[in-house]
Design a protein around this ligand. Sequence first.
Ligand SMILES: *[C@@H]1O[C@H](CO)[C@@H](O)[C@H](O)[C@H]1NC(C)=O
Ligand SMILES: *[C@@H]1O[C@H](CO)[C@@H](O)[C@H](O)[C@H]1NC(C)=O
Ligand SMILES: *[C@@H]1O[C@H](CO)[C@@H](O)[C@H](O)[C@H]1NC(C)=O
Ligand SMILES: *[C@@H]1O[C@H](CO)[C@@H](O)[C@H](O)[C@H]1NC(C)=O
Ligand SMILES: *[C@@H]1O[C@H](CO)[C@@H](O)[C@H](O)[C@H]1NC(C)=O
Ligand SMILES: *[C@@H]1O[C@H](CO)[C@@H](O)[C@H](O)[C@H]1NC(C)=O
Length: 535
Amino acid sequence: MRLCTHRFGCLLALVCFLSVTWIKSPSDGETTVQPDMQNLYERLLVAEKLGGMISTDLSRILEQLRNISRASNITQLTRNNTNTISITKETTRQPMGDSGQQTFLLPNIYIYMPHLRQHPDSLKPNVVVGQGRRGVSMVLGIPTVKREKQSYLVSTLSSLLFSLTFSQRQDLLIIVFVAEADSDYVDSIAETIRKNFPKESQSGLLEVVSPSQYYYPDFSSLEETFGDTKDRVKWRTKQNLDFSFLMLYAQDKGTFYVQLEDDVVAREDYYNAMKTYAYQEASKQWLFLEFSQLGFIGKMFRTRDLPMIAEFFLMFHRDKPIDWLLDHILWVKVCNPEKDLKDCNEQKARLKQRYKPSLFQHVGLHSSLSGKLQKLKDKDFGKQTLYRAHSNPAAKLSSSLKHYQQHSLERAYGGQDFLWALTPVKGDYILFNFTHPIHVSEYLFRSGNIETSGDKFYNTTVEVLPGNVSLQDKTAASSSPQHTADNGFIVIGAFENGLASGKIGEALQPISALQLVVHSDSDVWALLSEIFIKV
Ligand SMILES: *[C@@H]1O[C@H](CO)[C@@H](O)[C@H](O)[C@H]1NC(C)=O
Ligand SMILES: *[C@@H]1O[C@H](CO)[C@@H](O)[C@H](O)[C@H]1NC(C)=O
Ligand SMILES: *[C@@H]1O[C@H](CO)[C@@H](O)[C@H](O)[C@H]1NC(C)=O
Ligand SMILES: *[C@@H]1O[C@H](CO)[C@@H](O)[C@H](O)[C@H]1NC(C)=O
Ligand SMILES: *[C@@H]1O[C@H](CO)[C@@H](O)[C@H](O)[C@H]1NC(C)=O
Ligand SMILES: *[C@@H]1O[C@H](CO)[C@@H](O)[C@H](O)[C@H]1NC(C)=O
């Protein structure tokens, strides 16, 4: 802006200069009047031409001025209705036209990444799964890349979704950012996610997004710095670009943004813990909250800070790894170079707050940098509750399922473990035969746990055997949706999304036995993490 006024000043000076020379010119030669008139006429023509040039120049400058003020108004990615982001800064491309030298004036993604100019769509995100959800409290960003070894993405997502309540699901957006230009690979990930999480994809809770194929620069000409190999420099440079893109994509979708990785497991209560802590600390000055102590896992930012952070990463994307850059932002913001390191660390500590216990644990062993083994574990993650104990009435237990290792039905029923059984097939059952018919008011069976969230009971009913023999024959179902199974058992419920729970009516009491019956072959093992028979 300042240079423009400057420029405007220069033009004024030029205009003045021209008028002065014009006024001065007749005095040049008093003796030859006739040629002077000719001269004057020519000069007039020149001045007229210059005046025209100046006026077009002026209007161009005014337009640039408008463009620049508009751009500085919105120095971030904005999203249009069809899920497209465009960089409004784009309008400042070559702000000074052919004079060129002023382009340093404004922050500009095209300066850091000149190759983006070559294609108009280079900044357009490719939204493969998504309903354009916005306005949530928390946005989780999960960058994922092609791994040569095992992929943990599905179990990471299962773990994040495992214990969410209905209202939490409404107030969350999980963005899977497939950081690959290979569209077949991106589509295959989208397909996997749609297949494994149909409801979440449909509701807009889960999104799958990838960058434009024109986003990445040619990585072959990077400088090797800090003793990093060529491969590592490429990996860390791409990571900077990926995280920045994801942050810019996420910045207008919610209040807080949490960066995760594609190979983590979450604590069961992570959602409430993060949200509560963020709002509790909202009045403080932090730049980020840390919910894990590993690398970039579980770092929470205010979405309004994301444009600044992403721009910083982009500015230095070739120079350093992302965690160093993040630390440098803190340094730039609060460290006084005239004071010592201790003071700097104290100042920086105010801008980042650690939450304990850690809410995310790293599970992957293979880093996305091929060949690198990633063995870091978060010591503060603690032990997860993998089962919930209840005191259950005395019963004789039996099952056609074969359990794995020590994870037996007896230990699960006694509250010492979970039951983990090999793949159930049609007709498999678990029977709780009470020593005496008893009054059972409620029941709850939860399958899967946070670490093995997919091992649920599917197409499995809960059935009771009333102690009153006359009820076993008569169909109590005539008056209700219950119906009688072959052997006198009455179906009172079924597993839905891994959970079966409900009350048992007075009419069926007392109960002499309760059983779970599997009605179709399963693809996965079955895990019971909670058995509660309330008397
Ligand atoms: C200003 O922006 C408009 C579009 O927003 C563009 O057409 C025009 O060329 C820009 N002007 C200059 C001088 O950059
Ligand atoms: C910039 O934003 C302010 C406040 O939002 C607004 O009043 C002004 O018109 C905007 N300027 C331009 C050039 O868009
Ligand atoms: C959003 O972007 C798309 C693709 O560039 C374009 O077709 C559409 O008209 C834009 N919508 C708005 C509201 O600007
Ligand atoms: C429950 O145990 C009793 C006593 O062992 C037995 O008579 C009865 O048949 C069992 N009930 C079922 C449904 O297996
Ligand atoms: C068994 O059920 C029948 C029919 O509901 C009822 O008439 C009878 O009193 C019940 N017997 C006992 C012992 O509860
Ligand atoms: C559950 O099992 C029954 C009996 O095998 C079968 O008819 C039904 O289609 C199954 N339901 C589902 C949802 O798989």
